[in-house]
Design a protein around this ligand. Structure first.
Ligand SMILES: *Cc1c(COP(=O)(O)O)cnc(C)c1O
Length: 225
């Protein structure tokens, strides 16, 4: 079976051109996928991979160390796992509370570059989702920016899967509106991580600079995640 990667990259490019924006970065979401599947995609040039579960990710990161990939934590992070994450990941996209900021900053080893941080926003105010409230972004951003071992890079969201596309788009628009003042205040905060297999074109149209794609790249996950 041919790899879906070239087609996905073409789709991202077309969506970006249509929106008059630069091509977004592609994060390949490899949760539940074996290391061999990650290695196969890496062999085609994909460098950035997203994982949800710390233990599963640490195993894969160790197995694939020689490939020098870029690992993003995109799942909920418990504070007691912050130390491991600060040591082995390059990005954390799920920072949503002050305690995590402190824990990650304290644990980021001095010999590594600063940990790249996105603040996760619960943009549709869902009780089932992690992420801070929109009105908490400023204070969290200030806390991240104050830590030399962390680099504030922007915002991440997982909007509610509304059946109505217009409603999904509104969440993407609200995210873009949140990023604007943030990147004015913090010049490195240039990243808007939103859009998954089913809605990345809409997310790019509204300003996503990074899309997180799992199923469309790897096929359906064998177990729920
Ligand atoms: C699983 C996951 C994705 C990828 O979802 P797909 O629908 O498989 O593309 C993206 N972001 C987060 C936070 C996820 O947990």
């Amino acid at each position: 079976m041919p790899s879906p990667l070239p087609e996905i990259l073409r789709n991202l490019h077309h969506a970006a051109v249509a929106a008059g924006r630069p091509d977004p970065a592609l994060l390949a979401v490899s949760k539940t996928q074996p290391a061999a599947a990650v290695a196969a995609l890496a062999a085609q040039g994909q460098r950035a991979f997203g994982e949800n579960y710390v233990q599963e990710a640490l195993t894969k990161i160790a197995q694939l160390q020689a490939l020098d990939l870029e690992w993003h934590l995109i799942g909920h992070l418990q504070s007691n796992k912050a130390e491991q994450v600060a040591r082995h990941f390059q990005w954390v996209q799920s920072v949503d509370r002050p305690k995590l900021v402190t824990a990650l900053a304290r644990a980021r080893p001095a010999h590594l570059p600063p940990l790249q941080v996105l603040i996760q926003v619960n943009i549709d105010d869902e009780s089932s989702k992690h992420g801070c409230a929109p009105n908490e972004v400023d204070a969290l951003a200030t806390a991240v920016a104050a830590e030399p071992r962390l680099q504030l890079r922007g915002l991440m969201a997982i909007p509610a899967p509304w059946p109505d596309p217009a409603r999904r788009r509104q969440a993407f628009v609200r995210m873009r509106d949140l990023l604007q003042p943030l990147s004015a205040a913090h010049p490195h905060a240039d990243t808007l991580s939103m859009g998954m297999s089913s809605d990345y074109a809409e997310a790019i149209a509204e300003g996503a600079t990074m899309v997180r794609i799992g199923t469309a790249l790897f096929g359906a996950r064998a177990r729920p995640a």
